[in-house]
Write a protein that binds this ligand. Structure first.
Ligand code: C2E
Ligand code: MG
Ligand code: MG
Ligand code: MG
Length: 290
């Protein structure tokens, strides 16, 4: 290649890096006022109980609609929010909004809809995090026992002797605890035994290939079996087909979540869905959009 070509490549490479840096800096500064500008919202993805195909719970998922940049997904901005510390404010915003929405939709009681909220390890390490959440629950009127906090395995980057008592405190306040994206990170069998978890969520990357690959199939079966033996609720995320659902049923998975049932919905769409699937209207099982 000629010198000119190489130079061109170098410039192109340089440009794309600086574009990425620019976007990141842009997102970083825009995120600071995204809450005040009402650009953030919360969507809810149904979780279906496998035994009777009932919608029993929802996971709250943050969405950011920026007037110029369009819809920005959490995979891009959560890590930035963690680096800058905005995640604390952002996390409380999601938690409060979700509590309000779900309580308005379904009051406390035995059949009440459950709610899962993703929690960043940064939030977990914030002093008084648990009491802050409890205050919000009291303010809204929602029973904390209806709420599952989803943590990812990267909490184990932090010392287990620090994480363990923090999780125990959250359990004592009534919150259930889920280990999200299970199997992808630092999962060790000793962790699920020594941490006060109530649930594990099998990562989507296993679910989307377990019908084709024996390795993944074996892992999915093993995770479900171990989860059940430890007395944990086992949830599979990213279920996209009927075949996947049937197989998970046969393996004894407790709950499923994924596009086969629903994408994350606005609170209005979720509300419609729930009204339509109420027993009085005659359809007791889950209404799937096909
Ligand atoms: P997650 O907690 O593992 O959430 C599941 C992600 O998988 C969601 O992506 C969801 O839309 C997507 N998903 C669900 N079912 C399917 C399916 O059948 N197929 C496929 N391909 N995808 C499916 P989303 O909403 O983009 O969120 C990505 C991640 O961002 C979440 O992963 C979570 O780690 C994080 N996140 C989202 N909202 C929050 C939040 O409020 N706080 C924190 N700390 N993290 C959040
Ligand atoms: Mg999650
Ligand atoms: Mg997950
Ligand atoms: Mg994930």
């Amino acid at each position: 290649k000629s010198k000119a070509d190489k130079k061109g490549q170098f410039l192109f490479y340089n440009n794309s890096i600086s574009e990425q840096v620019k976007r990141k800096m842009n997102i970083e500064s825009e995120l600071i006022c995204a809450i005040e500008k009402h650009q953030l919202s919360v969507n809810y993805q149904p979780q279906i109980r496998v035994s009777d195909e009932k919608l029993v719970s929802v996971e709250a998922l943050i969405r950011w609609q920026h007037p110029q940049l369009g819809c920005i997904y959490p995979d891009e901005f959560i890590s930035i929010a963690e680096e800058t510390g905005i995640i604390n404010e952002l996390g409380l915003f999601v938690f409060k909004k979700a509590c309000e929405d779900i309580y308005a939709l379904s009051p406390n009681g035995k059949e009440a809809l459950k709610l899962s909220v993703n929690i960043s390890p940064v939030q977990l390490l914030e002093p008084d995090f648990g009491p802050l959440l409890l205050d919000i629950c009291h303010e809204v009127g929602i029973d904390p026992e209806r709420i599952t906090l989803e943590l990812t395995e990267n909490i184990f980057i932090h010392r287990l002797d620090i994480v363990q008592p923090l999780l125990s405190k959250l359990r004592q306040l009534g919150f259930a605890l889920s280990l999200d994206d299970f199997g992808t990170g630092y999962s060790s069998l000793s962790y699920i035994n020594s941490l006060p978890l109530t649930e594990i969520k099998i990562d989507r990357s296993f679910i989307n290939k377990f019908l084709e690959f024996y390795q993944s199939d074996m892992l999915v079966r093993m995770i479900i079996e171990i989860g059940r033996l430890c007395g944990l609720l086992v949830v599979a995320e990213g279920v996209e087909t009927k075949e996947q659902f049937k197989k998970l049923l046969s393996y004894g998975c407790h709950r499923v979540q994924g596009y086969y049932f629903d994408r994350p919905l606005t609170i209005e769409k979720l509300s419609e869905k729930i009204i339509l699937s109420q027993p009085e209207t005659g359809s007791s099982t889950y209404l799937r959009e096909e």
